[in-house]
Design a protein around this ligand. Structure first.
Ligand SMILES: [Fe+2]
Length: 256
């Protein structure tokens, strides 16, 4: 079920795309590598903060008090309201109206003009809503995001801006039919055999990809000695440009 408390920018997607890209977990995008302005990583490391939870959501339906009790009783459960339990450090490069988590907001367009120019030049986006850059603190369990749930259509956009891991860490697996894919369902205990790892940094020209957030769940490994900065762009797609880019990308990199 779609959570209507989140904005759904791409609800107008052409329905034939759902059939055309059905079963495709992710697609590496056939665009040039997106490179951040000089000093980006240093700024990120200096300014980013723990993304603390401030309120419950459909994906994490626990109040601060409930999370505290649950974390005490169940080892695996993380209390996202406190630094020791929150999954991410990061910052927004655009304003955001999200009040469910605590965010650092920078003026990305002003501070990183080259990055923004590449995003708007290479990607067929009609309107950018938010851009954020996050780094996971530990392994992220299999889950689906609250936004971008479109049957058969890989619309969730990520760009790996920095990554010093020797191997890919972002992975996907089919959503079990009887689950919603919320993180608290604890869908994985370790990485399963059918995990599909996304390499969009080491072997490819591109560092951008889209994934299906409807029939698939996603997760990430974390090696404490390595780090990566993942950029999430929430935007309205220009569907003509999207389909063209998808077809070109599948021709080059394949249907994964
Ligand atoms: Fe996610």
């Amino acid at each position: 079920m779609v959570n209507r408390s989140m904005a759904h920018f791409n609800d107008n997607y052409p329905k034939h795309l759902g059939e055309k890209y059905k079963g495709v977990p992710y697609v590496l995008l056939d665009i040039p590598r997106i490179i951040s302005d000089d000093g980006f990583v240093e700024t990120f490391n200096r300014e980013s903060r723990h993304v603390l939870r401030l309120a419950k959501t459909a994906g994490y339906p626990f109040t601060r008090e409930e999370a505290e009790v649950k974390a005490q009783n169940e080892d695996w459960f993380k209390n996202e309201y406190i630094e020791e339990g929150c999954n991410w450090k990061g910052l927004y490069l655009t304003p955001t109206s999200d009040k469910t988590m605590k965010h650092v907001v920078l003026d990305g367009k002003k501070d990183f003009p080259k990055l923004f120019e590449q995003i708007t030049t290479y990607l067929p986006l009609k309107k950018i809503h938010t851009i954020r850059c996050w780094e996971n603190q530990w392994p992220i369990g299999l889950h689906r995001d609250l936004d971008e749930q479109y049957p058969g259509v890989p619309t969730s956009l990520r760009i790996i801006l920095d990554d010093n891991n020797p191997e890919p860490t972002f992975w996907l697996a089919p959503k079990p039919e009887d689950k919603k894919g919320w993180g608290y369902e604890r869908l994985n205990k370790g990485v399963p055999n059918d995990a599909v790892f996304v390499d969009a940094f080491r072997e490819t020209e591109t560092n951008s990809f889209v994934f299906n957030n409807h029939e698939f769940c996603h997760a990430a490994k974390k090696d404490p000695n390595h780090s990566k900065i993942l950029m999430f762009i929430l935007a309205e797609w220009d569907w003509v440009g999207y389909e063209k880019l998808m077809d070109k990308s599948i021709e080059r990199y394949g249907r994964k």
